[in-house]
Design a protein around this ligand. Sequence first.
Ligand code: ZN
Length: 428
Amino acid sequence: MKKSSTKPSVDLILHDIGELLTLSGSSTMPAKFPTYETLGVLKTEDLCVAASSSEIVFVGRRSDLNESYSTTRALDIDCRSQLVMPGFVDSHTHTVFAGSREGELSAKLSGMSYLEILKSGGGILKTVRETNLASEEELLFQTKGRLKRMTGNGTTTVEVKSGYALSVSGEIRLLEVLAKLRAEYGYDIVPTILSAHAIPQEYIGKAVAYVSEVVIPSINVAAERKLAKFCDVFLEEGVFGYRDSESILSHAARVGLSTKIHADEFSDQHGAELGAKLGVVSADHLGRSSLEGIAALSRSGAVAVLLPGTLFSSFVGTYAKARQFIDLGLPVAIATDLSPNSWIESMQFVISLACYGMRITVEEAIVAATINGAHALSRAKDVGSIETGKRANILICNVENYKQVPYRIGSSVVEKVIRDGRLSVENA
Ligand SMILES: [Zn+2]
């Protein structure tokens, strides 16, 4: 038998796991037809997961762990026969902004649509005013608060888009705030530049000038300074048209950014077809896409990021046809779309909505919130599942099985959050 000093050591052990969702085996390709098997459920007796620094190094029986690793200096967490699963990957948010828009709930209740609120100077444009007036310190403080609560609800990787400044320096300032939150507070943020989020008031009627004077230059700075990984565009009636969206995303790809698209959220603008044509990593929303568009997307290799919380909070009354998308072989991820329009900090709530609203299965919803979300961010090699070699981003839940996750509505099942191999949140 080897001497213990020759064994590599682990510094975190989660033991006495009741049910472990590994989601293993889907890191190379997103899961198109998720089933119970895709969840990689383990219920072995004496089950544990161990991490060394920020990486998962062992999944299996505790007795086998002791054979191969020194465990003397490890933090031991007793999971008390409960559910353990990967941290949620929230692959579409607008988390960096200042202020709030709770007044719009009353406007929506009186019958105003999202686009009518935007046209009357509210919506995104109100948030742009509040964001541009906020100091960098205030912006950082407000954004950090949201990230902290999202982490408490189990989100361990989050995509965040700029888009509430709509000037070159303002959009870059938002990305700088995200870089600071990553570097100083360790949040796993995937930054996206979305200067094509709305036309600011000073450019109304001059969309072409806004694209050439603000959108393109801000993309250039973001790419040059490596402040963004993705570029996104809001293709929608009254916002950015098909041609503008195509030229913006093509330019972004030329300067080295990966691409995403807000496609067919409220009306069919052939966004799904454009996403397929441009080879975007993800096409998001797709609430009004045609079946031809969806078929084109599924052939292109893109992930569909569906955001049922936005449609829920916009009183649209219908959801993206997730069931059809999955049947057509289009891999589906789900995300919060956290913004002042739909202030949702909980991926568990979105999982519930995906089941109760879009009527996808519990297994499909959990895959969509973890490994497929990681694929939507080109991050599936290091997050989204519990496998050796991956980042130790893990949730310990206060329920016995995964079917409880969507079933519990409006309260969190997340008891502890492990982020990068360290106990980051203890809710109980
Ligand atoms: Zn969005």
